[in-house]
Design a protein around this ligand. Sequence first.
Ligand code: UTP
Length: 237
Amino acid sequence: MDLKFEKDKKRVVFSLGGSLVVPDGVNVPYLRQFRDFIFEFVNQGWRFVLVVGGGSQARKYIQAAKEIIGDSITHDDMDWLGIHATRFNAHLIRTIFRSIAQPVIITNPEKDYLDTTKSVIVSGGWKPGWSTDYVAVKIANRLKAETMINLSDIKYVYSADPKKDPQAKPVKDMLWMDFVKLVGDRWIPGMNVPFDPIASKQAMETNLDVYVTEGSNLKNIKRILKGEDYIGTLLHN
Ligand code: UTP
């Protein structure tokens, strides 16, 4: 049985993929269940950091800008639209946890004050060239967490890209070394990988374990927190 979270004093950092919060419009039924889930654990003494992604909001705004000004849009400007989408979503999350959350969302994971007396700390994106996965790793490092959980729309990391390789198999346990070989070491805006390659490198270097699992399956996430058998992949050194 895996009791890492007990050792971490019941603190969990979630990288909450934007596709869960805003798949198209805001996913109100999911956020309602997610809120109940967090409160259930907070009532048992757990504390959470929720780092929120941009989701369709980011993509729609980038697309709109491109339609209007075409190729003259810069990478930086696309990233800033993405970052503001993450912050808008983060503010929504902080609002639904108003009574238990640090009131101000984190926008700089290196410098901003983290009020660890609060049950919930919420962060959005930081600066161009990064991702919310990376921000989550940075905050986990600052809190000296040994483990974090990446919530997205995939159940497992596969042994190869399942879209390209029909032999690809789900893997329950993977070394960072092998994962980095699989996803490369570059972050390309809009790339679709189970966990951001740059964030992976940072996690590998700081010895952080990351669970990759489906964010919509809250029962399964409960099993991870309780150290029970779960669906998902554990990335570690
Ligand atoms: P993310 O890609 O991190 O959010 O941020 P997400 O919605 O969880 O991503 P998916 O679900 O994996 O697609 C959205 C965009 O915001 C910019 C990047 O362009 C990123 O693709 N961003 C985010 C930054 O430039 N810096 C940050 O610190 C965070």
